[in-house]
Design a protein around this ligand. Structure first.
Ligand SMILES: Cc1cc2nc3c(=O)[nH]c(=O)nc-3n(C[C@H](O)[C@H](O)[C@H](O)COP(=O)(O)OP(=O)(O)OC[C@H]3O[C@@H](n4cnc5c(N)ncnc54)[C@H](O)[C@@H]3O)c2cc1C
Length: 799
C-alpha cells in the first residue's frame, strides 16, 4: 500500500514524497500474501477499486519495466443456494456496468472450465475472467521502481518513530533524522494502530491470523495443465468459506474459518515491536473441516501431500474494509491501512489515496473505505475484536438487507432503549446507536434464518405495513438517538454558511434542507439548518455522517472566525412524531403553538421539560421532530406515548421510515446523495440559489447548467417481482444500460415497488418505459413526474 501510494503520488506530479519502511519492503503482511487479485465485490466502490488494480497490474510491468508474475486465470465462485446466485447476478450486473465481462455458469459450464470439480450440489457459479494471482513482492517492487523512476524516494530500514506538529508542518522522526512535511500518510499495515497513536488517533482495527496450505504436485493436475497450456481458474467455495488455487502443479487452499483466531489482543500476547518477515505457528486443526470439504469438492486434492503452511497477520477494521482517506480530526494526515485484501486493492487504493492527498477529494465516492465512517465508539478494542472475528469468520457471507450482524452491539443506547425493546423493537446499529428497524409482535419469527433472503417478504413485512398505516392514518413515533447535531453561533456564522451551501439560509424560526457541494458541483452532504436566531443555528445530519460532516464544516472555517462550531450530538436526542393525529397528541401534552406551519420550529414544554418542536416529516405526513435534551428523552417519550394511546399512536421503525420517505422522493445520504453525482444530476435544482454572488461549487454548477446534465435523478415505479431494486441495479433501455438505481423499496401507501436512480438525461421524461435489472432479471419500470410520488403537492405535510 505504501508503495502504491508513493507511485500514485509521483504519477500525480508529487515526486517530493518519501516512503519510510522500517525493514525491507513487503516485510509486513505483503511478503506472505497469497496474491489473489479478484475484482468481485458486492460494494460498487470496492469493485471499482479492485477493477482499477487488476487493469493497472496488467500493464504495470511494461509501464515501469519490471516484469512480474501475474497470472490472469479467471475464477469460479460457487453458489450453493438460490440467494447466492441472486447475489452473483447482482454483481454480474454491476461488473458489466463497470466494463467487466462477468458471467453466470451452469454446473456443466463449470466442469468445462474446471474438470476436477464436483458440482452435484451447486446451483450455479459466477465466472470472473479478470481474476488471477500476482506475486505480491514483485508487485511491490514494481510500484516502488515506478515511483523511484519518477523521483520519489524510499528509505528502507528507516522506521518512523514519532510525529509532532510544528506550525503547519508535520515533523516525522526516524533514527536517521527528522523529516518535515506538509502531509503524512499512515500506511503501516497491521502496525497502523501504533502509528496512529502519535497523532492522537485510535485506529479502529485488530489483527487476525490467516492461513493457507500449499500442496505438493498433483500429477493429474500437472498433466491437465500441460495439455491445456494454462492453469485452472481460481476456485472460491464461498458458502464453505475458502479459496482453492492452482499453485504451479500443486494447490493452495486458503480458508476463512468460523473457528478463527485473533492475535495480539490480550495482555499476555502483546504485539511485538517488530514482526518483520515472521509468521505465526501453523494451526492445522483449525483448517481440518475446510480441508475435508475441499477434498470432497475437488477430489484430486485428496491425493496431494501437504508441502507448507503459511500463517500470517492480517489486519481487520470492524467492517472488513480498509481505511483510506483523511485521518479523522487530524490536519493534513491520511490513512491507507488495515487492508484485508491489500494485494488486490492496493492499485485502486493508491489512486484513491493520492487523490485525497493531492486534491482533497476522490474521483469515485469512497465512503465505504472512508476512515470517518467510524466515530469514537469504534476505537474500543473489544468492539474491534468482536467485529473483526465476526467479519473474518463470515468473510464471504451475503449481507442481507434485513439481517443485523450480532457482534459488537449495544455500544450506544437511547435513554428509552428498554421501552423500545419492550415494544418489540428489532434493532440495528447506526453509527453505534441502536435504533429499532421494525417492531415485532409475539409469535413473529425472529430467527437469523428468516433474514437470509433478498426478498421483500418476511416476518417484518406485515409489521412494516402496519407501521406505515399507523403513520398514514393515525400517528407513529420513532425514537431516533444519535441524530448528529452541530451548534454554530457567533458573528458571521450565517454569511459563512451561505457561502458553503447551494441554497438560501432559512430565516430565524425556520428550518430548511441545505446541500453542500464540492468545487466540482458534486454532492458532499445534506444537512437540516435549524435557524434559531441571526448567526445562531443547529445543523442536523445523519448519524453516520457525524465526523464526516463536522470535518467538512471545520475544514472550511475562515481564519479568525468570530463564531464557533460545536458537536453537541451527545447532548440531545430526537423522536419523530408523524401522522394526521400528531397535532392532537401534542395538543394534549405541550404548550406549543401547533398552528405554526410546515418548516417552522419552536421551543416549548412537554411534561414540564424543554424541547424544540420542528415541523418536518421525513415520512411525508403532518408531523414534528421532538428534539430534547438527552436526559429528558424518557419523560417526554412517556408523556407523548401516554397521550397517543387514544389517538392510535404506534411505534414505527427505520424500515417503515425508509418506505415512507422513498414515496416522497426524499434522498438518503451515501445512496441517493453522494459525490458520484452533482447537485444538478441529483435533481436538487430547487435548492440552488443562483442569485447568491457565490457559493462553493457555483462555477462548476453554472457550467453544468449551461452544458446540460448528462444524467438525471428520477423516481421509478417498478413492476418488480419478489425483490425491490437494491443499490446499483442497472437501468436498461433499447438493449443498453442507461443508468442505475440509488435506492429501492416497497411503498405501502402507494402499493408500488419504487426505485430512485440516475437515468440518461434524454430518457428522464415522465412516462418513459425502461427496465430495471434486479438480481439478474429485468422488470418493467416507468419514469414518474419530477416530484413526490405520494402527495405531490405536500398537502398532508402542510395540513
Ligand atoms: C496468509 C495471508 C494471505 C493473504 N492473501 C491475500 C490475497 O491473496 N490477496 C489479497 O489481496 N490480500 C491477501 N492478504 C492480505 C494482504 O497480505 C494485506 O492486505 C496486504 O499485504 C496489506 O498491505 P499493506 O501495505 O497495507 O501492509 P503491510 O504489507 O503490512 O505493510 C506495512 C509496512 O509498514 C511497515 N511499517 C510499519 N510500521 C512502520 C514504521 N513505524 N515505520 C516505517 N515502516 C513501518 C512495515 O514494515 C510493513 O512493511 C493475505 C494475508 C495473509 C496473512
Amino acid at each position: 500500500m505504501g508503495a502504491s501510494a508513493l507511485y500514485h503520488l509521483a504519477k500525480a506530479g508529487w515526486t517530493d514524497c518519501v516512503l519510510l519502511e522500517k525493514n525491507e519492503l513487503t516485510a509486513g503482511s505483503t511478503w506472505h500474501a497469497a496474491g489473489n487479485v479478484p475484482t468481485f465485490s458486492s460494494s460498487w466502490s470496492i469493485m471499482n477499486m479492485q477493477r482499477y488494480s487488476a487493469s493497472l497490474y496488467r500493464e504495470l510491468g511494461d509501464l515501469v519495466d519490471y516484469p512480474m508474475n501475474y497470472h490472469v486465470t479467471g475464477s469460479i465462485r460457487l453458489g450453493h443456494s438460490k440467494e447466492r446466485l441472486q447475489e452473483f447476478k447482482r454483481v454480474v450486473g454491476m461488473g458489466r456496468y463497470q466494463g467487466m465481462d462477468l458471467d453466470i455458469l451452469t454446473p456443466d459450464e463449470m466442469r468445462g472450465r474446471y474438470p476436477f470439480l464436483e458440482t452435484h450440489d451447486l446451483t450455479g457459479a459466477l465466472y470472473d475472467p479478470n481474476d488471477g494471482d500476482i506475486d505480491p513482492a514483485q508487485l511491490t517492487q514494481a510500484l516502488a521502481k515506478g515511483a523511484r523512476d519518477m523521483g520519489a524516494k524510499i528509505f528502507r530500514f528507516c522506521p518512523a518513530t514519532g510525529a509532532r506538529r510544528e506550525g503547519e508542518e508535520w515533523v516525522i522522526s526516524t533514527p536517521q533524522g527528522e523529516i518535515r512535511c506538509e502531509k503524512v500518510v499512515n500506511a503501516a499495515g497491521y502496525y497502523a494502530r501504533e502509528v496512529g497513536k502519535w497523532f492522537g488517533r485510535d485506529v479502529p482495527m485488530m489483527v487476525m491470523s490467516h492461513q493457507y496450505i500449499l500442496f505438493e504436485e498433483i500429477p493429474e493436475l500437472a498433466a491437465w495443465s500441460r495439455e491445456a497450456g494454462h492453469k485452472l481458474p481460481l476456485l472460491r467455495d464461498v458458502d464453505s468459506s475458502y479459496y482453492l488455487r492452482q499453485e504451479k502443479t500443486g494447490m493452495n487452499l486458503g480458508p476463512y474459518e468460523r473457528n478463527c483466531k485473533a492475535h495480539w489482543v490480550t495482555p499476555d500476547d502483546p504485539m511485538p515491536d517488530d514482526f518483520s518477515f515472521q509468521l505465526f505457528p501453523d494451526d492445522l486443526d483449525r483448517l481440518e473441516w475446510y480441508l475435508n470439504d475441499a477434498v470432497e469438492r475437488v477430489p484430486i486434492l485428496g491425493t496431494a501431500g501437504l508441502s507448507r503452511m503459511i500463517n500470517g497477520p492480517i489486519p481487520y477494521a470492524p467492517d472488513g474494509n480498509p481505511l483510506i482517506g483523511p485521518m479523522p480530526g487530524v490536519p493534513n494526515a491520511f490513512e491507507a491501512c488495515v487492508f484485508t485484501f491489500g494485494i488486490c486493492q492496493a492499485g485502486g487504493a493508491g489512486k484513491v489515496l493520492a487523490e485525497w492527498v493531492t486534491e482533497g477529494e476522490t474521483e469515485w465516492d469512497m465512503w465505504s473505505c472512508d476512515p470517518r465512517r467510524y466515530t469514537s465508539f469504534a476505537a474500543d478494542k473489544d468492539y474491534c475484536i468482536a467485529k473483526g472475528m465476526e467479519i473474518y469468520g463470515h468473510e464471504y457471507a451475503m449481507h442481507f438487507p434485513k439481517h443485523a450482524w450480532p457482534a459488537g452491539r449495544d455500544r450506544k443506547l437511547s435513554p428509552i432503549h428498554d421501552r423500545i425493546k419492550a415494544l418489540g423493537g428489532q434493532f440495528k446499529p447506526y453509527n453505534g446507536w441502536e435504533r429499532a428497524n421494525w417492531y415485532a409482535k409475539p409469535g413473529d419469527d425472529l430467527s437469523e434464518e428468516s433474514t437470509q433472503t433478498w426478498n421483500r417478504e418476511g416476518p417484518w413485512r406485515p409489521r412494516i405495513e402496519e407501521e406505515c398505516r399507523a403513520v398514514t392514518e393515525a400517528a407513529g413515533i420513532l425514537d431516533l438517538p444519535g441524530f448528529s447535531r452541530f451548534r454554530v453561533k457567533g458573528e458571521g456564522a450565517t454569511a459563512w454558511l451561505s457561502s458553503l451551501i447551494t441554497g438560501k439560509v432559512p430565516k430565524p424560526g425556520r428550518i430548511g434542507l441545505a446541500y453542500f457541494s464540492d468545487d466540482k458541483g458534486r454532492i458532499v452532504t445534506e444537512m437540516s439548518v435549524m435557524m434559531l436566531d441571526e448567526d445562531f443555528f443547529f445543523l442536523i445530519t445523519a448519524a453516520t455522517a457525524q465526523w464526516h460532516d463536522f470535518e467538512w464544516l471545520t475544514k472550511h472555517l475562515p481564519d479568525n472566525a468570530a463564531f464557533t462550531i460545536d458537536d453537541v450530538t451527545d447532548n440531545f436526542s430526537c423522536q419523530i412524531l408523524s401522522g394526521p393525529n400528531s397535532r392532537a397528541i401534542l395538543a394534549d401534552v405541550s404548550d406549543a403553538d401547533l398552528s405554526k406551519g410546515w418548516l417552522t420550529h419552536q421551543s416549548c414544554q412537554i411534561a414540564g421539560r424543554w424541547c424544540q418542536l420542528v415541523r418536518v416529516s421525513f415520512a411525508g405526513e403532518l408531523g414534528w421532530e421532538i428534539h430534547t435534551k438527552i436526559e429528558d428523552t424518557a419523560a417526554i417519550f412517556d408523556a407523548v406515548w401516554a397521550a397517543g394511546q387514544t389517538h392510535g399512536l404506534k411505534p414505527f421503525g427505520m424500515e417503515a421510515l425508509d418506505s415512507l420517505r422513498i414515496e416522497k422522493g426524499y434522498r438518503a445520504w451515501k445512496g441517493d446523495l453522494s459525490t458520484d453525482y452533482t447537485i444538478l444530476q441529483g435533481g436538487l435544482d430547487r435548492f440552488v440559489d443562483w442569485t447568491k454572488p457565490n457559493f462553493k461549487g457555483k462555477a462548476a454548477l453554472e457550467r453544468e447548467k449551461q452544458q446540460g446534465v448528462i444524467k438525471r435523478f428520477v423516481t421509478l415505479t417498478v413492476e418488480a417481482g419478489e425483490c425491490d431494486a437494491p443499490y446499483m441495479s442497472t437501468l436498461w433501455h433499447g438493449g443498453k444500460v442507461v443508468g442505475e438505481t440509488t435506492s429501492g423499496n416497497w411503498g405501502y401507501r402507494t402499493g408500488k415497488s419504487i426505485a430512485l436512480g440516475m437515468l440518461r438525461a434524454d430518457l428522464a421524461v415522465p412516462g418513459t418505459e425502461i427496465e430495471v435489472e434486479i438480481y439478474g432479471d429485468r422488470f418493467k419500470a416507468t419514469v414518474q413526474p419530477d416530484g413526490p410520488l405520494f402527495d405531490p403537492n405536500n398537502e398532508r405535510l402542510r395540513a
